[in-house]
Design a protein around this ligand. Sequence first.
Ligand code: G1P
Length: 299
Amino acid sequence: MSSVERVRKAIIPAAGLGTRFLPATKAVPKEMLPIVDIPTLQLVVEEALASGIEEIVLVTGRGKSTIEDHFDVSYELERTLRDRNKNDLLREMEKISKMVRLVSVRQKEPLGLGHAVLVARQAIGDEPVAVLLGDDLYDCEGRKPATRQLIDAYERLGGKGVISLMEVAAGQEHLYGVVAGQPAGDGTFRISDMVEKPAPGTAPSRLIIVGRYVLPAAIWPILEKTQPGKNGEIQLTDALRELAIEGAGCHGLVIDGQRHDAGDKLGYLGACLAYALKRPELKPGLLALMRQLVTEHDA
Ligand code: G1P
């Protein structure tokens, strides 16, 4: 048996203001925006659970109580569904409230992703942890869930940090954390450098960090002393760079699956369409609608 410490807990940062989706996100947290009829956050929680995560720490900000309500029991709703014999919906609601052990902690000031992760430290303890960002959705149907793919690599590598990578088109690098590294021969990249949102034209590669991370416990003391970086925020990327260069090492993995950037309007619309097309009851009607719209717009 391997002696690598098991990854049992995950952090989902959900404290952002969601300004890119205003006015929809004025009163509704962006994590609750639906992909067809499932809140984005629920898809991310389901991925974590399917990956073997047992406990989730949500890092929330102001006005996020609807998130907690979503994963709580709703007696009135469940009673009404029972009275109306809407048993399928009732089972679905019960499934959500029994889904997960969820703890939430408050990030009182928006001091960056590294800070949000650090705020969750007390609830996690000195353990390795997965971090899942709700803006990135991975559809890995028929394969292992994205976070599981990272945890498997973490275990194979004897407990090193493993983060999700993706190649983007030239010119897009400045929007992301970007890595430099070499193939390690086992399907992962050994990361030799990282930079958060490099100035246009200065990125070390086109491999960007996507929002899935598996971090060994060694990240905690590094994060504790990470100074504000890009945009004056405490950046997780800066702590990971230190782990990669000075610490136990950090690898990257290109996830086998389809990634959707639900934090971007077009990406969000694409995710809604892609997930709807997976539903047999919606697919024929949606395809007909899409064909009609394309014809109208081409005319
Ligand atoms: C964060 C990370 C960045 C990463 C991105 C992925 O940036 O800081 O390194 O590439 O998520 O979605 P944000 O999108 O929160 O600005």
